[in-house]
Design a protein around this ligand. Sequence first.
Ligand SMILES: Nc1ncnc2c1ncn2[C@@H]1O[C@H](COP(=O)(O)OP(=O)(O)O)[C@@H](O)[C@H]1O
Ligand SMILES: [Mg+2]
Length: 345
Amino acid sequence: MEKRPADSRAGLLPALALLLAMALMNALLYLCLDWVFIAPPHASADPSRCPYGHFRMGQMANCSPWLSCEELRTDVRQLKLVGEGAVKRVFLSEWKERKVALSRLTSLEMEEDFLHGLQMLKSLQSPHVVTLLGFCEDDHTILTEYHPLGSLGNLEETLSLARFQHANTWQHRLRLALGYVGIIDYLHHSPLGTLVMCDSSDLPKTLSQYLLTTNLSIVANDLDALPLVNRSSGMLVKCGHRELHGDFVAPEQLWPFGEDRPFQDDLMPAYDEKVDIWKIPDVSSFLLGHVEGSDMVRFHLFDIHKACKSQSPADRPTARDVLDAYQKVLNSLRDTVMSQTREML
Ligand SMILES: Nc1ncnc2c1ncn2[C@@H]1O[C@H](COP(=O)(O)OP(=O)(O)O)[C@@H](O)[C@H]1O
Ligand SMILES: [Mg+2]
């Protein structure tokens, strides 16, 4: 009986040791979990993307380095012209039995834009931008993933094809508009800073800078005119050196001194990325088209589109604001349609 206190003390020590061991193990486990689940700072967010200077497309299992001049000259076979703009002539081509797009500079006068576009393609590789496969500055060639549906300007034609009829709905079309605004948002928050999509002085021109993928999403393709805005240092941009006209471009892009005074580039005031926001309602309206439900969506987007058309750039929402508004409309309309369907059953 007298031994009991000593006994209980003796029992306490192993228990304390066990508790200490458990606490240590917990701490160790916690640290290990941290190590396993917290990505190292420079790991790419999406492991399916390739590291800088590499690409993967289609069914390719591994990432390949961008093709060199030598590889472009010997392994790429030019097949037929599929598109042309002021800067590039684009040819459907073949590389290792895969279809690819080979862009060639049209004229040496446009070399600066061509090289700027190439630089942007290299720096902005992401799901929002066409995949770069290789380039050769000496030959003025760029190789990118080929998108058989071509430019976004072909949307109506594409959606009227029998195999895409299932996608010719307001839901798919609103998703395309979300994709488009997603690209503008990406450019405005790009790794290089706030970039303005300048090659967009009218609707057809704007649409021709984007490609429609076969899973009906949009990628930016032509990045030849993406000047950088830096508001904190007062750095603004001008889209080209010529006078712009019409109401597709933002009001601040128009010559402000009336017809009596001829246009003079050095007197033209510069502006910021809000010119892209002004154009969103027109591009989105084109994307929504005229199918059943398009007008209902337009009605729900009325307020955000009205804000995009504010005369003062500062009063316009950011691309992210527009994206959020679009997402809310998509969610609420989807919920409404679902509850209506449930009621009908
Ligand atoms: N990867 C591609 N796949 C399919 N078509 C393309 C591709 N790249 C360009 N095109 C077509 O070529 C046109 C011109 O290309 P773009 O890069 O805009 O040239 P530019 O810089 O001269 O305007 C596009 O509008 C599109 O129709
Ligand atoms: Mg173009």
